[in-house]
Every structure is written in C-alpha cells, then in structure tokens.
Design a protein around this ligand. Structure first.
Ligand code: 26Y
Length: 789
C-alpha cells in the first residue's frame, strides 16, 4: 500500500513526498484505492454478461453521494492497511479524508436515497447502473450574513474527481427542437439542435468487495468546439457561443425541491440524461440480443420521481421510429420495462410542462404523448388525462407508462392511492405498491459512528453490516451493565467531538451532557422548523420564569438549506439565527439552553451530527413527509424520535416500540379534517397562552430590536394561513418535549430506550428496500446467487 501510494504520488500527481500537499496525498490514496476495486468491477460486468442477467437501470436527476473515500476504503476492508501506510508515510488519515469535497449532486432525501440504493444494489450483487447528470456545480454552498442565507456556487469539480473514469468513447448525440415529418408511414424528427452526452463512470463496490456496479453520469458537450464560420471571421466570442450553450445543460443542479417552475433548461436536463441513458441501455441490449420484444426480460428501468418520466415517450420513440416496431406494441413493451417511484404528494412539487414548451423542445415526444393519451382513453374511457389545461402532467404520464408505481412508506402509499392517483388507482388497482425507504448501514452506522460500530462488532461480530436485522440481538444487552456503560460512553464521546467542532466552527461552547436535540433537513414549511423554534422560545420563557426548576439542559441544533427563491423558508432561517443570538447571550439561561445553526448542512455534516444526537426532530405535518430517511439514520444511531405520525415515522415507531418514541400531534386524517374548520389557527392560538406569548414576542421585535417589523410576515402567516398547522400542534409538541426532558433526567433509562432504537432498526436497511424492489418490481436477481443455487 505504501509503495502504491508513493507510486501514484510520483507518476499520477508528479510530486515527491517532500513536496506533496494534502490534496496530492488524497489523490494518491484515492487512486490507489480505486485501483483495488477494478478487478471486482470487471468481474462483475463479465458475470452479469455471462449469465445474461436482467439489469436494473436507476434513473435519477440526483445522486447525493457526499464523500467517497471512507466508503470505498471500508467496503474494500482496507481501513487498517491505509491508515497504517499513511502513518508510516507521516501523513494524517483523517486530514486526508476531510480534504475530499462532498459530491453534492442532489437536494435532499430523494438524491440521498439514490446513493443508498447504489450501495445496496452493489452489496446485494444485483447488476445495476445508476444514471444521472454530472453537474459541474452541485447544490449551492450556504453561508449566513447577519443571519440571512447567502448562496454561493459549489465547485467540487474545480479539483479532479478521483473516483471517476472519463469515457470519451461512450458518447451519444442528444437532439432538441426542430420539426417532425410523416412520410409513407415513416416518421422522421428533424431536430434543430444537438449536443453530445459523454459518460463518466464511478465504480460502486459493495460490502467486502464482492460485487461492483457503475454510476454513469452524463456530461454535456458541444458537437463541435467552434462555429467555424465565426471562427474564420475572427469573431471568437460568437465562435464559442454554441459550446457554452451546450455545456449549460450539465452546468448546475436546480436547487429547488419545493416548487416546479417549468423552466426550459430543466426540461432539457431531464431529456438529456434520460435519452443518453436509454441509448446506452439499448446499445448494451442489442449487443447480445436481437429481439426487442424480449427487452422487458433483460431491462428494468426505475424512474426516481417524474424527473426522468420522458423515458416513457423516449423509449416508445426509439422502438417505433428507430426500430420499426408498431406503436400499439411499443407502448406496452415500454411499460413492461418501466416503473415509477413517487416521492411527494405536495401539488406544487408535481411536475408539469406547458404543452407549447414541450412541443417546441421535443416535438416528436409530444406527438407520442398524445398517442399514449388516446390509447389510454380508448382502453379506459374517462381515465385521468395526461394533457390538461395546456399542460403535460408528468405524474400521470409516469403512472400510465409504468407497470408498477410505488410510494416510499406505508402511509404515503395509502395516501397516493387515496389522493394524487385515486382515479388511476381505481382503473389500475394492482399497479400501486409500497416500498418503504431504507438507508445504507455502511455509511450511516459503520463509517459515521466508529465508536458504536466497534461496540456492536465486539459484541456480535460484523455480520450485521450486511444483515442489519442481526441488531435485534442487542436487545438482550440492555441488562448488561458493562455494555450499557460503553454504549452511553460512545454517545458521550460523539457529543464531545461534536462540541469541539462546533466550538471551532461556530464559536459556541456546548455542554456535552446537555440533551442534543437535532433537526437537519431542507427548510420547508411542512417540515415545521418554525414550530421547533417557537417551542424553543417557549422553553426559554419558562426557564426565565422558573429559574429554580431542575431544567434539563438542551442544545437545539438546526441544519439545512432553503431554496433560493423560497422567501418564507429564508425568513425562518433568519429568525432561527436571530433567536439564537438573543438566547445564546442571555445569562439567565446560560448552561441550560443553546441554539446552534452551523451553515452549509450537507452529507458530511450529517455524518457528524447524527451519531452525536439524543433527540431526532421528525415533526412534519402528518400526511406531508412522504417517508423521511434522516429519521431512520438517527434512530439507528441511538437517538430517540420526537415525531408525528407521518411518513416512515409510523413504521419506525412500530419497530422501536411506542414507549421508545415521543409521539405528538394530529394524524393525517385529523389534519385534513381540521383544515375544514374556518379560523382553526386563530382558535388554536387563542387556546394557548404559551403560544400567544411567543408570537407576541416575535411580532414585537424581541429578536430583531432594530428592525421590529422583520417577522410580521411570519407571524401574520401563522394567524391567517397556517396551512401546515404549526399552531394546532404546538401545545401537543410542547408537552412531548417536556416528556423528553423528564425521560432524559434518568440517564440509564434513556440509554435503554436508545438501545431499543438501535436494536430495532434492522428492517430499515436499504438492503431490505432493494430486495423488495427486486422482487416486486424488477424481477432481478444476483447472478452469483443463481450460480450458487
Ligand atoms: C420538480 C422539482 C421541483 C423537485 C426536485 C426535487 C421536486 C422534488 C425534489 C425532491 C424531493 C425529495 O427529496 N423528496 C423526498 O424523498 C425522500 C426519499 O423518498 C423522502 O424520504 C422524503 O420524505 C421526500 O420529501
């Protein structure tokens, strides 16, 4: 290992050890580690090919990967080797790990889910490709200026990306615009614009280096570097313009996961990566098959939300226009390959494209969508329409072109059946199924929490890493005093480490014995960070009113980004920071209450915060969070949840036991019912003196003394259009928090509850989720297992 690293340093980085920077060392280590997975990767490809396996193609606009170095090293079981080699070389392993920028090619849950799924597909040995976009700029970097969010472009590709292989030979033309010709029964699309999609491959190696799949990300390039006419005229700016335009397509990740804005560039991104992926998988299929009618036996295409829903019409277009299959046959053939995962019920996040826009960018696809629509109406008269009010509705398109549609938690799936797709569900009653989300235990326990990992492994071996249900054996340890002490100590160590980091980065001193209460996720009204903050102010009031009470010390930690155009979310961020400023400087609550909001929450920060948490805030308005996956990461790492009956919280509570979960709030049914009552928010405020007081303080400018009107908009919203029922759930939430306070006072009992959480989370491994998809949707199998059988 030492020699390999030095070799890489010399021949790939052109540096000698005396002059190498941390970056040089990191690249040398990464390239060395990457070398070690190539064999597995090649062998997996060969085996899948030899067994003529069905391949899974996971199409996702987002892969929120984070850092890769630890993942790669641990999946290859090289931790000790690499650490040892670096120590011998006089280098600091941790410093090198921390030098890697996050690959932040996603907004939040949906993108991170895709990354966990890639890890599980490789661990299970299922032949699969992840397909997405190689964004030059990932999710923006967040900082705070006087408490307000400032966005700056993210620049991960300013450095070389150590893990990818550029594939200049894997390149496909992607066309846009123009018009369509129909001649003698043959259809020809004459596009007006063309760009090239170039592949970049990152190997994804599973646990213990048994199997390797590929994450293939597409980058947009111009067909020709220069417009030669302009170039020869000496107009160099004009000559490079088409190049810049082409590259725009993969330039930047859209940072809005809340409202669909119907932007032309986003539509082009969606078609760009979907069309490239379909050309790529068709090429692979046709290499060793000639009958396209067998396609569904060899190809499963999973659409991660509607973002790649143009895959339906695109696959039909390729089958009909390029391979001469009848339209009537092509539509069911495409459907047999395609499946669609829904991640949201929020109407504003459901994608629709103006018919005129889609027709201008993708004229042939609009024709095909009309034919799909006619076919659906003929076969199922009265079916909900894809085309409505001049829009193409991508949810309906994805549903109609999929053989299976899945929700991401039990509750969410039921709501999908009852609300967004109620009419389609009546027509296709077996199409909607549930696949509750999961998380990879490799990243979310093994790598991010070494203390707890070693404790568990010492107690039961490392079988749990690829078979998380084995954690149930930990339940027996609750009466083992030595184990429980070590369990508590591991949490305490993580909290101390986090306190150090927060001290250094935010300049706030924390008491590691206080309860660490954490809410980390995108800032959105339905996730109700505002309710958490109101409760914090109410607690502060109570602490000041009763200074002699035996208060449970609390640290409230927030993390998350707001979409740049989401003004209410940005006001909430500013309010959190303003309240923190006042409370953190109040001598009356010193040592009892602190608020911290480290800027630029990302995957790496999650890996730091989650292992150091006591209380996990999962407090969305019931019926709004499709699943949540952060909730699972916390519980796995021994945090207790304070939460509503929403998304996967419901199933987490069933698994960990209601006595180990702080439940509060209205149910999804009650939420819908409550909204029918005129003036429900004012009534709730009226009934809660505690809430009234907090809202009064905010409205008076208690937290913005030089700009007292700053939060009139926020408070006014709560009075007049509190759509997410912050006011209605406030008292119930406050009470649940006090139950948590009381429980925390008994440290042993708290630890026992925490252990029950860790021990009960086996089912939430993404390995279980992927097995469900493989069985119920893809009919895909690991070729290894097939050969062993
Ligand atoms: C169309 C555009 C506005 C858009 C872009 C990104 C819309 C939505 C998104 C991302 C959505 C997302 O991350 N959804 C989350 O998916 C997780 C994985 O299933 C769920 O756990 C989580 O509840 C859901 O909000």
């Amino acid at each position: 290992m030492k020699d390999d690293i030095l070799n890489r340093l010399q021949f790939s980085l052109g540096k000698d050890a005396d002059h190498a920077s941390v970056y040089d060392w990191r690249m040398a280590v990464s390239l060395t580690v990457r070398d070690q997975m190539v064999d597995t990767w090649f062998n997996s490809t060969k085996e899948a090919y030899a067994a003529s396996s069905k391949r899974v193609y996971y199409l996702s606009m987002e892969f929120l990967i984070g850092r890769l170095i630890e993942d790669m090293i641990s999946n290859l079981q090289l931790e000790d080797t690499v650490r040892g080699a670096l120590t011998d070389l006089g280098q600091d392993f941790d410093e090198i790990v921390h030098d890697e920028p996050d690959a932040a090619l996603g907004n939040g849950g949906l993108g991170r889910l895709a990354a966990c799924f890639m890890d599980s597909l490789a661990t299970l040995g299922i032949p699969a490709f992840g397909y997405g976009i190689r964004y030059e700029h990932g999710l923006f970097e967040q900082s705070f200026a006087q408490g307000q969010q400032v966005e700056r472009p993210e620049t991960w590709l300013n450095q070389r990306h150590a893990w990818e292989f550029e594939r200049p030979e894997v390149q496909f033309p992607i066309c846009f615009g123009g018009h369509v010709d129909h001649h003698d029964g043959k259809t020809t699309w004459h596009p007006s614009e063309k760009v090239l999609a170039t592949a970049y491959d990152t190997p994804v190696i599973g646990w213990k280096n048994e199997w390797g799949n590929t994450l293939r990300l597409w980058s947009a390039e111009p067909v020709s570097q220069f417009d030669l006419d302009s170039f020869n005229r000496g107009d160099y700016l004009a000559a490079g313009r088409s190049e810049a335009l082409a590259r725009t397509i993969s330039r930047v990740l859209y940072p809005d996961d809340t409202t669909d804005s119907g932007k032309e560039l986003r539509l082009k991104q969606e078609y760009f990566f979907t069309a490239a992926s379909i050309q790529d998988l068709m090429r692979r299929y046709l290499q060793d098959h000639d009958d396209l009618r067998q396609l569904p036996e060899h190809v499963a295409i999973q659409l991660n939300d509607t973002h790649p829903a143009i895959a339906g019409p695109e696959l039909v277009r390729v089958l009909v226009d390029e391979h001469g299959i009848d339209m009537a046959e092509a539509i069911p053939l495409a459907r047999a390959c395609l499946a669609y995962t829904n991640h949201t019920l929020l109407p504003e996040a459901l994608e629709k494209w103006g018919e005129w826009l889609l027709g201008r960018i993708l004229p042939r696809h609009l024709e095909i969508i009309r034919i799909i629509e006619e076919t659906q109406q003929r076969e199922h008269p009265g079916s909900p329409r894809i085309l409505e009010h001049g829009d193409v509705r991508m949810g309906e398109l994805a549903f109609i072109m999929a053989h299976k549609v899945n929700g991401v938690s039990a509750l969410h799936t039921e709501l999908v059946k009852e609300t967004v797709f109620a009419d389609l569900h009546r027509i296709h009653p077996t199409r909607i199924i549930n696949q509750t989300n999961g998380i990879t235990p490799r990243r979310w326990l093994y790598n991010c929490n070494p203390g707890l990992r070693d404790l568990i492994t010492d107690a039961m071996g490392d079988g749990w890493v690829a078979d998380l249900e084995q954690l149930t054996a930990l339940k027996a340890k609750r009466d083992d005093a030595a184990f429980m002490q070590a369990f508590q100590a591991s949490k305490r160590d993580n909290k101390a480490a986090l306190s150090n980091w927060i001290g250094q980065t935010c300049g706030i001193a924390l008491d590691p014995d206080a309860m660490f209460d954490v809410q980390i996720k995108r800032i959105h009204e339905y996730k109700r960070q505002l309710m958490n903050l109101l409760e914090t102010v109410a607690l502060w009031n109570d602490m000041r009113d009763n200074p002699d009470h035996d208060w449970t010390p609390r640290v409230k930690i927030f993390g998350g980004k707001a979409a740049p155009g989401y003004y209410m979310a940005k006001d909430i961020i500013r309010l959190i920071n303003d309240v923190a400023e006042v409370i953190n400087n109040d001598p009356a609550t010193k040592g009892r209450l602190k608020i911290v909001y480290p800027p630029n929450y990302n995957v790496t920060m999650a890996e730091r915060l989650i292992p150091a948490s006591d209380l996990s805030e999962q407090i969305s308005t019931a019926g709004k969070e499709a699943s949540g996956t952060g909730n699972m990461k916390f519980a796995l790492n021994g945090a207790l949840t304070i939460g509503t009956l929403d998304g996967a919280n419901v199933e987490i509570r069933e698994h960990v036991g209601s006595e180990n979960f702080f439940l509060f709030g209205l149910t999804a049914a009650e939420v819908m019912e409550r909204r029918q009552h005129h003036g429900y928010a004012r009534a709730a405020i009226e009934a809660s003196p505690r809430l009234q007081r907090v809202l009064g303080q905010i409205a008076e400018g208690r937290f913005a003394p030089h700009d007292t009107g700053r939060y009139h908009g926020v408070v006014g919203m709560l009075y007049d259009h509190d759509y997410f029922l912050v006011t209605c759930d406030f008292d119930s939430y406050f009470d649940a928090q006090r139950r948590a306070d009381n429980a925390y006072q008994n440290a042993d009992n708290w630890a026992a509850m925490a252990l029950m959480n860790t021990a009960s989370m086996g089912w939430f491994s993404s390995d279980r989720t992927i097995k469900g998809y493989a069985r119920d949707i893809w009919n895909a199998h690991p070729p290894r297992a097939a050969m062993d059988r």
